[in-house]
Write a protein that binds this ligand. Sequence first.
Ligand code: FAD
Length: 383
Amino acid sequence: ARTGVVIVGAGPAGLVLGNLLLDQGIDCVILERRRREAVEGRARAGFLAAHSVRVLAQHGLDTGLLARGRTHRTCLFRSEQGEFTLDYGELGRGEVHTVYPQQELVRDLLAEYLRRGGELRFGAEVEEVSEGRVRSRDGSEITGRYVAGCDGHRGVARATLAAQGTRTARWDHGVTWLAVLAEAPPSLAAVGYALHARGFAGHMARTATVTRYYLQCPRGTDPADWSEDRIWSELEMRLRTAEFGALKQGPVLEKTVVDLRSDVLDSPGAGRLWLAGDAAGLISPSAAKGANLAVLQAERLAQALTLALTRDDESGLARYAADCLPRVWRAHEFSHWMSTLLHGPTAEDAEARYGRALQYARLDSLRTSRTHQDFFAENYTGI
Ligand code: FAD
């Protein structure tokens, strides 16, 4: 018998989609190329928007989040002009973030999917998708009424759509981050963004004992060139700890390089293949939107596929792009704006001086204008 939906990829998009489809009594199979431990151990996102938390709560997927997630309502900015804090929970729509590490969310979603009777095959690398048929590397095939490509931005699903002529809008922010995960308690009560002549530095709490840090670095940087001492001294310098107090240091658990790039597919699907999450569009991590867009798209795709499979009505699928793309593009616009706020030119010529002055004017506007602060808060927490 044909499966209702074959889902490729067990990241946040695929697992939310799988759980929501099972909720509606739709049978699905998830094919994931990696082993379970690798899927459950990959630390990436941490900031969940209010909309994501609502979706997870509505579908009984928030038990771990409620028990271990922490609410964040402020962020602070540091620069050569000093420091200021924005209490964004009191601004805009009054929404806050829930900080919950992506790997813990993935672990919860996976356990719940299996508890609800879902089928998940690990170590199943999909090589080809065509007309509802999915072929894995080991030669096995599975057919579904629909295929959901939730296999990230380097996956087979988007390559298949691209080969069929779907176009992509793409932007390279020209910035690279060294993303560091440290076994160290957060040093600030809030998310910290530091603008510095040597480049951006960021501080983001993950748990009571783990903190994520970012350091802007040249494109092509080899993480091996960054020793623990170098990482901590650069963070101390850019976060201006001589002025504002030392960081709580600890062993570096992970250091990876992320080039800040974004892209959006013109159309996230057609016929029997539909995409969600990074597969449908990659967003630079500057405003922490990627996992949140994955949850939004998985929610909308689950509704559309449910209509198609239970009522033989494909109108939801026909509307899927129009449903998601305006919100996707708002997230990209804000993320791009954040990138221009956090990263100034580092050269010394007249154009670079002009670019840096604009960057500081942006920061000053955010520091002093209540209207700008409301706009920031609405977009920072919104999806
Ligand atoms: P993925 O998480 O990439 O999952 C795709 C899955 O598909 C993977 O498990 C992969 O193994 C599998 N797969 C791939 N190819 C195949 C194949 N051929 N066959 C079978 N399986 C396959 N977002 C936020 O919202 N907030 C944040 O704070 C945040 N911080 C971030 C920090 C960093 C350093 C990075 C890199 C990203 C961050 N993001 C953040 C973005 C977020 O992590 C991603 O947007 C999110 O993981 C997307 O989920 P996904 O399910 O679409 O894709």
